[in-house]
Design a protein around this ligand. Structure first.
Ligand code: AVI
Length: 320
């Protein structure tokens, strides 16, 4: 049932995106099994500094983070949106458990498989931790949690996932996060910061070609799931960075005049030579913009945790 809903959503979104001018595809569909595996490879590349930076923040500042999220050491619910393999979170979880702090961990992920694997690994690594994994849409689950105001919520949204949203999607996301939080609840959000464009470009235009494969895999997915006939040799990957907006944008560019059939849509799409499909944005922020975002959504910034190079920040906000 879930699979069918997802497929029809993929079909509808693909139809909309490829019928638009300029054409686009939604980056949320990068993450089928093959795409998730390629993303793991991206995260391991030295050029993709984001993962290392956030790992460094959690490793070096776990005491400060846990002190800031629960200064009174009262019982709380640590909710994580898009928990995935929980690698960075485990550093904090382990520290909180060792300190004897009372809390429950509620990872929320759209993938039942990711949730299952996370729960299994936590059972082994932190058997005393109370885990209430939830599979499904973040906001549906958060809405349900809002009713329970007896337990303070600390909501984690790590990994610069917020950077993949457009301005409107960011506003929508933070408005809902704010609406489903009670006064005193906290959120810890990972933002990638503006830095030398050369460093950013290396991360998204990597010499190993993983990011190129990551983008082309979207077309492979459409071939498999929507009976399309994209020839991936006829598309080139290109990335741009605009230091004014802080946006990295990824494109797949048709290197010839061509038509592509999508069986499930019963449609043919024309691509002219050098026509681009917009694939993904990854926004880079500055601290001032982050503080304005917090205030605009009824949060105050409690503390910013940055890595030594100031490449990345995990920003802790409190609902006011
Ligand atoms: C998941 N997200 C935060 C990654 C990013 O950096 O925007 C996805 C990604 N795209 C290309 N490389 C990594």
């Amino acid at each position: 049932m879930d699979q069918q809903v997802l497929l029809s959503e993929l079909a509808t979104d693909t139809l909309k995106g490829l019928s638009s001018n300029p054409k686009y595809l939604l980056s949320k569909y990068f993450y089928d099994d093959a795409g998730s595996a390629i993303f793991q490879e991206i995260m391991k590349m030295p050029e993709y500094y984001l993962t290392d930076c956030e790992h460094e923040i959690f490793s070096n500042q776990k005491e400060e983070i846990s002190q800031a999220i629960c200064p009174e050491k009262k019982l709380f619910n640590l909710v994580e949106l898009g928990s995935g393999d929980g690698l960075k979170t485990k550093i904090l979880l382990k520290h909180l458990v060792e300190e004897g702090i009372h809390f429950q961990y509620t990872p929320i992920d759209i993938s039942a498989k990711a949730n299952h694997e996370l729960v299994q690994s936590l059972k082994k690594e932190l058997p005393d931790l109370q885990v209430e994994a939830q599979t499904g849409d973040y906001f549906q689950k958060l809405k349900n949690l809002k009713g329970d105001a007896s337990m303070q919520k600390i909501i984690l949204f790590l990994g610069s996932n917020i950077g993949n949203f457009s301005v409107d999607e960011t506003t929508e996301f933070l408005s809902r996060l704010s609406a489903y939080s009670n006064v005193g609840d906290k959120v810890l959000i990972g933002f990638d910061l503006k830095k030398s464009p050369a460093i950013i470009m290396e991360a998204y235009n990597d010499p190993h070609g993983h990011t190129c494969r990551f983008n082309l895999n979207h077309l492979v997915r459409l071939n498999r799931e929507l009976d399309a006939d994209f020839d991936i040799q006829r598309f080139e990957h290109q990335t741009t960075y605009n230091p004014l907006t802080g946006e990295v944008k990824s494109f797949l560019i048709s290197n010839s005049d061509q038509t592509v059939q999508i069986g499930a849509l019963e449609k043919t799409f024309r691509f002219t030579k050098w026509e681009a499909i917009f694939m993904e944005r990854s926004r880079k922020y500055d601290i001032q913009t982050i503080e304005t975002l917090a205030l605009n959504h009824h949060f105050k910034v409690v503390q910013n945790f940055t890595d030594q190079r100031n490449y990345f920040v995990d920003s802790l906000w409190e609902k006011i």
